[in-house]
Design a protein around this ligand. Sequence first.
Ligand code: NAD
Length: 332
Amino acid sequence: MIDVAVNGYGTIGKRVADAVKEQDDMQVVGVAKTRPNFEARNAVEQGYPLYAAVEDRAERFEEAGVEIEGPVEEMLAEADVVVDATPSGVGAQNSQMYEDYDVKALYQGGEDADVAERSFNAAANYGDCVDCDSVRVVSCNTTGLLRVLHPLERNHGVGKVRATLVRRGGDPSQHGRGPINDILPNPVSIPSHHAPDVRTVMDVDITTTGFKVPATLMHVHSLNVETSASRSEVLETLEGESRVRFLDADDGVESTAEIKEMMLDEGRPRGDAWENMVWRDSVSVDDGELYLFQAIHQESDVVPENVDAVRAVTGYEDGDESVRRTDDALGI
Ligand code: NAD
């Protein structure tokens, strides 16, 4: 069994913990939180050993009646791998602690690429990350781009890629985020950070632009890829990818709200959409250029990638088999 600790039990961390729990070759040895809120109580109720992430706030847990096992360092001593799912930039501050405890570390996409030995995406570069001491699972948007671009490049070759990312203003629980009534070019400069982020994993000529909109459910990408593949070849290639799922407008799935409703109806935990959701009707090839629209569930698409990254850093060599095991366990 691989012993996995999760430091930072928020949007990503709690989902990764639950996904790890579903696997038959790994277990959660603890989760660490900074404060005793409803997520902390829920973690204890679910049976996760809870640790205090910040030593001088440990007494707050006691005051709130939430039982903790000890400080985060004790959790690290139990773990083979720590998944750092703290807010952007905090992972880098934690990296020395992980080295001191000789624990393999996974970081998230909010960290700079140089926080880890490699950036990771299961489809694109699993093999490069086997036995690394640390990897950074790239962001939700970058994961969504790589899941489509890598198989297209492998099977058909791709030329110039242009992607417009319509990004949610915040996650559903982030009541302080915006915009409320606006459309922001974000960033106003081009390219957005996503293009260089894709290139931390895959060598491809890509330019990305980004907008933020008053939405919380998902991101939507409009993708334009130079390729020699026909529409049917593109469909065949992407239909072979377990983490790319096709939607049909005729089926009544015309929006991100309907995707979320569909996931809830299917009984997905928290209504999560782990796969890229590609509208089949949008897939078009015109004069050597592919167009498609896909929706990306920012809260959950990186979750199966984190599970695979755990296997990679602990030396499990077969990336395809890891993806299959993760997907089977989650029900993808
Ligand atoms: P979040 O704010 O929902 O959760 C972070 C958790 O870490 C919170 O519970 C916070 O209290 C806790 N925390 C803060 N400081 C800590 C510390 N020093 N030690 C331990 N815990 C600490 O954030 P999130 O959305 O889960 O994002 C986590 C990482 O995942 C970021 O790098 C982010 O960029 C990345 N990411 C987020 C999304 C998304 O859309 N939410 C998608 C992909 C990747």
